[in-house]
Design a protein around this ligand. Structure first.
Ligand code: FMN
Length: 147
């Protein structure tokens, strides 16, 4: 059984819901998924020891949320190279954050990019059946790729 860390920031709960559904998808594959708000991840030790990482932030003012930028500086000190990484987030019109995070995982942290790429979901779809399934599927494929 592989272990996946799903770390997210969410101001109004949309990206948090996504995190929970993505975790369900990972668990469908028999792997372990832990969801944590980034505010609870304070040290490198909190980040090391997972087989895969899925990071989530909504888009605010065309960018990932400010606290997520600080979180990524902590991640830079962790041992993430070679681990599979993915990114997601809720948005209303541009949805830049998941792509920005995904690029950082791939090009700065030298992680293995998840084959499905970054995953952004319109806020209005988060609480729908289709939205829930899209999140679960993202987690499911991530879990399957981990083996
Ligand atoms: C001040 C403000 C700025 C925003 N800027 C953007 C933006 O640039 N692009 C975008 O797609 N959504 C933008 N949004 C919408 C949020 O990304 C959206 O509400 C998202 O679902 C919030 O996720 P959360 O509930 O996880 O915090 C903005 C929302 C607010 C309140």
């Amino acid at each position: 059984m592989k272990k996946v860390l799903i770390a997210y920031f969410s101001l109004n709960g949309n990206t948090q819901k996504m995190a929970e559904f993505i975790a369900e998808g990972v668990r469908f594959t028999g792997n372990q998924a832990e969801t944590h708000k980034i505010s609870s991840l304070k040290s490198v030790e909190d980040l090391n020891g997972y087989d895969g990482y899925i990071f989530g932030s909504p888009t605010y003012h065309l960018e990932m949320a400010e606290p997520f930028k600080t979180f990524l500086f902590l991640c830079k000190k962790a041992d993430l190279a070679g681990k599979r990484g993915a990114a997601f987030g809720s948005y209303t019109h541009t949805g830049n954050a998941p792509g920005q995070i995904f690029d950082t995982l791939q090009y700065v942290f030298k992680m293995q990019p998840f084959e499905l790429g970054p995953f952004k979901l319109l806020e209005r779809d988060v609480a729908t059946r289709e939205g829930l399934k899209a999140c679960q599927d993202y987690g499911k494929v991530f879990g399957e790729k981990l083996g």
